[in-house]
Design a protein around this ligand. Structure first.
Ligand code: LLP
Length: 419
């Protein structure tokens, strides 16, 4: 459920007509609904209220400071995967003790910063990383709380690019090597084992892979217990899918009761790292029709947003619903909706049935709140879109549109080439 709805044929975000927001901020424009984000966070978080847990919102899904501070106010923690995301989480007011740090390639500088601010734990993804973490911790004389991210070799049955828990994926430590890493960590008193972690993939629409992964983790947990490790946190990552089109993902309560069923009675705090389910359907990308054209085979609708603004269709053949901002009840046509970028992969939809549009019309690309703006680029020297956050009838600009000057500012022409 979200708060992008039609009133008398006009698309609104909460209490504001999308057309009005666009009049002020232009297109392409990301619009987020604060009420939707809050609703999703509350539903997800409270689904686990029966057991001790911490919901660490996965910052990579949408890292805008406005969005993060909204979530911080709701009590969310953060799952970060870079020094940049860590700074964002801190800037938004998320307490360090609610931050976990994942990712296969943490640098020494990133580790140092995270140790100094005192994050909750590092989700370690290799033997070498564990060694480096211990070294940095010892040098700084700060104990490093960590979990090993196990790769349980579970098939999440999702798009291959967003599957992470298979042996062939680069993530985590093979299940059979996990125990020996904990034992190895005993050699360095600055390494503090406090948890066990996994994340198997994204946009999962069935519960069984999660359960399989949790069972594997439980077995590892018991084995570690037997060896005298006293862990407190079991982190099962993120990954619960959302509805873009026809998917039927399990609702959070169904997901949580299945997980709780597995973990009941175990003295642990569950950590969850949801991203998409919190923000995915809380954001849209609004774009303007620049031109329409047809040939013998096809109709094309050329819009002012491109794959640089939203890369999911190009990268994962992802489906995003596309609707007119003003529904004039036009007859439908079948068209490719494409961007201005010089690549055939620059499309939002192929052979899509949509109401007939003309130059200047506005279209809303739905479910663009997760992995939308955060994956945008400046390809073709296109300034990135503005982002606004709506709360009832208030509209906050949470990132201004980039200018061409912004893009050129960091570059320099070598003196010898100047004319
Ligand atoms: N935790 C870890 C360690 C992750 O790598 C991810 C996502 C999450 C949590 C959050 O997963 P979520 O709840 O959002 O599914 N760009 C792709 C998705 C990549 C996901 C990467 N990792 C897309 O647009 O579909």
């Amino acid at each position: 459920m979200h708060y992008f709805v039609y009133h008398s044929g006009e698309l609104y975000c909460e209490g504001v007509p999308v057309r009005k927001i666009v009049e002020k901020y232009g297109t392409p424009l990301y619009i987020y609904s604060g009420k939707t984000i809050r609703r999703h966070f509350k539903i997800f978080d409270s689904a686990f209220e029966e057991i001790p847990h911490l919901t660490c919102y996965s910052v990579k899904a949408n890292s805008n400071l406005g969005v993060l501070s909204l979530l911080a106010k709701e009590g969310a923690g953060a799952d970060v995967v870079s020094g940049g995301e860590l700074e964002r989480a801190l800037r938004a007011g998320i307490p360090p003790k609610k931050i976990v740090f994942s990712g296969v390639g943490k640098t020494v500088e990133e580790i140092e910063r995270a140790l100094k601010v005192g994050i909750l734990m590092f989700n370690v993804e290799s033997a070498e990383e564990l060694y480096v973490l211990g070294e940095v911790a010892q040098r700084l004389q700060i104990k490093a709380p960590f979990a090993i991210r196990a790769n349980p070799d579970v098939d999440p049955k999702t798009h291959p690019y967003i599957s992470t828990g298979l042996r062939k994926n680069k993530f985590g430590v093979p299940e059979e090597e996990v125990i020996s890493l904990y034992l190895k960590a005993k050699e360095n008193p600055y390494l503090q084992p406090i948890g066990l972690d996994t994340h198997i993939g994204s946009q999962l629409t069935t519960i069984s892979p999660f359960i399989e992964a949790v069972r594997r983790l439980k077995a590892l947990w018991k084995e570690l217990e037997g060896l005298g490790f006293e862990l407190s946190f079991l982190d099962i990552g993120g990954g619960l899918g959302i509805i873009y089109g026809e998917e039927e993902p399990p609702p959070p309560e169904e997901f949580s009761s299945a997980i709780i069923q597995e973990l009941k009675g175990l003295p642990l705090t569950l950590i969850l790292e949801p991203g998409r389910i919190i923000v995915g359907n809380a954001g849209i990308l609004v774009t303007k029709v620049l031109y329409t054209k047809s040939n013998k085979e096809k109709n094309f609708v050329i819009v002012d947003a491109g794959m640089n603004d939203l890369i999911r269709p190009a990268l994962y053949q992802a489906y995003h619903k596309i609707v007119p901002v003003l529904d004039r009840g036009e007859e439908e046509i079948v068209a490719d909706i494409v961007g201005p970028i010089c690549e055939s992969g620059d499309f939002f939809a192929k052979e899509r049935r949509i109401p007939k549009v003309k130059r200047g019309d506005l279209l809303a690309i739905m479910s663009a709140g997760a992995y939308g703006f955060v994956m945008s680029s400046n390809y073709n020297t296109r300034p990135r879109a503005a982002e606004v956050l709506v709360e009832d009838d208030q509209v906050f600009l949470v990132r201004r549109r980039e200018t061409i000057e912004d893009l050129l500012r960091l570059e320099e022409i070598p003196e010898v080439y100047k004319i």
